[in-house]
Design a binder for this molecule. Structure first.
Ligand code: 5GP
Ligand code: MN
Length: 341
């Protein structure tokens, strides 16, 4: 894959002089959101720019090992107004790993107040909105981290990727490809992994940090949700699971603990689509996964006010858990009637 030369020229022009830069990523940030933000931030700082990374809310505890993560400002708990000050003074706002400002929740309102900053998108989600001045949008890319690595390689050379940047980039490439197993994985993704591996990163250590560092509560919650809450219907081809706030409390829930649960029903033969509904204070978070041709991006857009990728998407529900599950089952039927399932 190659980033278009017109985009590179435009970006070069923007970065020709030292700039005040803000890097943003999406609510409920994952390895790709954080990895791409941190690697891009480190690179821009080395070029002499002033860089602030901001996330709408906190990251999962098992990503705390990522180099530089403690310097990210968490907007939701930013009492001193550091995020607001950085956004206000920004010349360029980079938006990484999301495709519409609505994915920033309240942080999006803050961005709207700064109308003079250039907005640059670096992302791999389908259908980016018109919110951006420069769009480095490649939905066929397996992760935003891969795009950031490509960009650095093409614009400055792979020697500009440091050991820490390589670790951060690898996290996003690994997590967004289901450990290099999804159809988005190309030969060039493995070439890039080899570039990163040559920086001396420990792939087994990163793997252990990301996949084998959970709490006991998470393991027990997982057992509970699979055993007690997974409902399979539509001839064994569709599943859903749900967790209420009360259930989450019983298993000492921490942010990120239910990450990945939604994938598990897809390990069952014949399963085509899986959904996980997690109750938050003001809404229910919807996570959707599918196999092959089944498009959950369209499903999320149509029925849950969300979006994402063809095989991994999400959204929100603002009615009770019971109504949400009923709605989901009804939508599955409608989707199947239309031949989409
Ligand atoms: P997850 O289920 O891991 O939270 O999200 C899967 C995918 O769906 C991610 O690519 C994420 O960006 C997208 N996604 C999750 N929630 C939402 C949402 O509320 N709105 C939109 N547009 N995309 C979402
Ligand atoms: Mn991503």
């Amino acid at each position: 894959m190659q980033i278009g030369s017109n985009k590179i020229a435009e970006l070069s022009k923007m970065l020709a002089e030292p700039q005040s830069i803000v890097i943003l990523s999406h609510t409920n940030p994952d390895g790709d959101a954080i990895g791409s933000s941190l690697a891009w931030a480190e690179h821009l700082r080395k070029l002499g720019h002033k860089v602030t990374c901001i996330l709408p809310n906190r990251y999962p505890y098992y990503l705390e090992f990522m180099p530089g993560i403690q310097d990210i400002i968490i907007f939701k708990s930013d009492k001193e107004g550091r995020a607001a000050a950085a956004v206000k003074g920004a010349d360029i706002i980079f938006c990484l790993d999301f495709h519409t400002l609505t994915r920033l929740d309240q942080l999006g309102d803050l961005i709207d107040e700064n109308q003079h900053a250039k907005r640059v998108l670096i992302d791999h989600h389908l259908d980016p909105s018109e919110d951006f001045d420069l769009m480095i949008s490649y939905p066929e890319a397996s992760s935003t981290c891969y795009l950031v690595a490509l960009l650095i390689e093409q614009m400055w050379g792979a020697e500009h990727i440091s050991h820490d940047m390589a670790e951060n980039i690898f996290v996003g490439m690994m997590t967004d490809t289901g450990n290099f197993a999804f159809s988005s994985v190309t030969p060039d993704v493995f070439r890039m992994v080899s570039v990163l591996a040559a920086k001396g990163i420990s792939i087994p250590d990163i793997h252990n940090f990301v996949y084998n560092s959970f709490t006991e509560g998470r393991a027990r919650l997982f057992g509970y949700v699979i055993n007690r809450k997974m409902k399979i219907f539509h001839n064994g081809s569709v599943a859903h699971m749900s967790l209420t706030e009360d259930e989450l409390r019983r298993f000492w829930f921490q942010q990120g603990d239910s990450e990945g649960f939604v994938n598990y029903p897809l390990t069952i033969k014949k399963m085509k689509m899986s959904a996980m509904f997690t109750q938050h204070t003001d809404f229910i978070r919807v996570s959707l996964r599918s196999r092959g041709d089944i498009d959950v991006n369209i499903f999320a857009q149509r029925y849950f006010n969300g979006g994402g990728h063809k095989n991994a998407a999400g959204g929100k529900s603002f009615v009770s858990m019971e109504e949400t599950l009923k709605h989901y089952e009804k939508c599955v039927k409608e989707y199947a009637r239309e031949g989409m399932l």
